[in-house]
Design a protein around this ligand. Sequence first.
Ligand SMILES: [Zn+2]
Length: 271
Amino acid sequence: MSEKTFCAHDLAQALESWADPSFAESYDNVGLQVGSATQIIRRVLIALDLTPGVVEEAIQKECSMILTHHPLLFHSPSRILEGDFIGHLILRLAKENITLYSIHTNLDAAHGGVSIALAEILGLHHRTFLNPSDDGTFGMGAIGHLPEPEPLRSFLDRVHARLKTPALRYAGSDKAQIKTVAVCGGSGGSLIQSALDANADVYVTADLGYHRFFEILGPDGNCQMALVDAGHYETEKHTEQLLCTWLTERFPTIKFYCTSAPTTPIKISIR
Ligand SMILES: [Zn+2]
């Protein structure tokens, strides 16, 4: 008896029933990036970003599809050249007949998506969207409560341990009591006001520029809530496992792998 086969389109349809492309931000470019929707898929490699290392791993593991969180293509390229980072990746995928699909801000905004999963990793209860859509069907960021209040210093230790990162940039008093926690995986600077409005004791996100930290200061110059920049890769890395688990439950005959190597080019130096 031959087992049922699935093509890239079947996986895309399932993912889009969870994370509708209409949830995606207007600047985004989610969905099929390179390859064919009708390609038969038996093995899939999942990675936050597409890098040459990820493509080589897909070839080695005989994956005919790569699923990334960050799209390879944001802007229409005017040329596809072997000597460019993106051009080289596209040509390599084409040569190896690998289909590339990306699920980005539509997954950020979905129920059980990137930020809600981040809230779960940090041990938050009563997890909801920080900034829900009008009808509540999707939203940005997440907010929840710690089981017991803890000082900011202990909360930072929790973030270090659970996100496996040795470095955090933050503002706030180490003694501040933390109970309500807002989070947004990746670049969440635009949700600082939402976190303040929701009376969060701390907001954990990434890609915060210097001036963003002034947005949490009250008229007396003290922090109205704590603010933590835990790193873009570090606050989204769990997306690989999230997708792997979700897809494995729905397509048990397909083998899904999380990439074995970190895809971030950023290293952290601590003296
Ligand atoms: Zn991201």
